[in-house]
Design a binder for this molecule. Structure first.
Ligand code: ADP
Ligand code: ZN
Length: 216
């Protein structure tokens, strides 16, 4: 099963992707997580990506596409994968199509999480991340049991640098101008499935599972 999860920042992609990964046994590939991991390990890729991420801009396609290309060639992707946060513009989508074609594969479905702009802004303000295991929480709808502490590992929760209001504005603009057109791109290919992302996370997950069942 080869799936792309599409949606605005704050649409809940990361949360849904973790659940799908467990249930369907396919690797969850998040370009944002890959960049953050590189930044925390002080790699050259991390240093380059950081310049863009901290301004809320997209990391250049050349770097992003080559990271995804090599990740898709790893063995755990043979039976499928779930892309989260990639592609993020038409050029990346076309690069992905070409790569998959070379491998004799194609996408089964693109799941689009639909969430209104008001909800997005509210959610992004409540977002907290575990400094140890990377688990995400939200003070609006996915609260940790104890204030500021990760349920899973006891790590301290923090606010992501790029979740600050000025950066959030840039990210939402980038989404509108560059990522939103992908909805029509995948509609045109007949593989777009939209899910109402305004519902509670478990409801959203139920809807996603129902549509993905047929690609198992
Ligand atoms: P969100 O979906 O909440 O914006 P991500 O973790 O997916 O968070 O991405 C964080 C940042 O990483 C983005 O704002 C962008 O700077 C960079 N990034 C992630 N994926 C891509 C991509 N496919 N192309 C370019 N930049 C990316
Ligand atoms: Zn944790």
């Amino acid at each position: 099963m080869r799936i792309v999860l599409l949606g605005s920042p704050g649409s809940g992609k990361g949360t849904q992707a973790s659940c799908i990964e467990k249930e369907f046994g396919i690797p969850h590939i998040s370009t944002g997580d890959i960049f953050r991991d590189n930044i925390s390990r002080n790699t050259a890729i991390g240093a380059e990506a950081k310049k863009f991420i901290e301004r809320g801009l997209l990391v250049p396609d050349s770097l992003t596409v080559s990271i995804v290309e090599s990740r898709l060639l790893e063995e755990d992707c043979n039976e499928g994968f779930l892309l989260d946060g990639f592609p993020r513009n038409i050029a990346q989508a076309e690069a992905l199509d070409k790569d998959l074609e070379k491998m004799g594969k194609k996408l089964d479905a693109v799941v689009n999480l639909e969430v209104s702009a008001e909800t997005i802004i509210e959610r992004m303000a409540g977002r907290r991340i575990c400094s140890d295991c990377g688990e995400s929480y939200n003070l609006c709808f996915l609260k940790p049991a104890a204030d500021g502490i990760c349920d899973k590992c006891g790590g301290k929760l923090y606010i992501r640098e790029d979740d600050k209001p000025e950066t959030v504005m840039n990210r939402l603009n980038v989404y509108k101008n560059q990522t939103f057109p992908l909805i029509d791109y995948y509609k045109g290919k007949g593989i777009l499935i939209s899910v109402n992302g305004e519902q509670p996370a478990d409801k959203v997950y139920g809807d996603i599972c129902r549509v993905l069942e047929r690609f198992k």
